[in-house]
Design a protein. Sequence first.
Length: 253
Amino acid sequence: MRRAPLLTACLLGLLPLRASAEEVTLFAAASLKTALETLEPVFEEATGADLRISLAGSSALARQIEQGAPADVYISANPDWMDLLEGEGLLAPGTRKDLLSNEITLVAPAGEAPEIDLMSHPELPKILGAAPLAMALVEAVPAGIYGKQALTSLGLWEAVAPHVAQADNVRAALALVALGEAPLGIVYATDARAEPKVEVVATFPADSHDPILYPIAALAENRSPLTEELLVFLTGPEARATFEAQGFTWQGD
């Protein structure tokens, strides 16, 4: 793996270099992929450690943690899955905090769809027709849950539900639109920003769904000596700048 040059002397002071390559494992929502790909080499260069990142739907990751997967830190795209783990005593006490927030958007292949008025109930079903609407799993994955909430709130769910093509996670739903396999999809604003082959045609009103929050916490079991350093890094200024550059709203203070 190529390592990016060390970005700041400040980061070196916070995360001292180590002689041997230790490992720390981060389980994170798939929508964080682009930001974490940027942050991974920075953390590794500063610590000399191997940061292993597992990206998937928040529900799948939470279930893996329940079953004993060796994660050190978990970032969920939905507080409910973090609540589940906390209720089972799987989080390290005092480490949970809200890190980021996001928006839900309707996207289309770049250059292929006009802006859509989500408040006009007949418009979305008419444009969609019999074609698929790409979404993450609507009963399990946060992006799908928020998307279904928004469509239901706007009176659109019953009309479009038969045409929903459910994907394992939000990045898989994004790929369906980017590849032209679905004319429309519901993804986070940050996902749309990360994929040049799609464009946003509408943003769902914030009051049409639950607040989109990304909590972070350390796991009580399988913690490596690097766990605290990873938490400090992901809640610090270097990570904040990267997350905000990807379109996330910072909640970590």
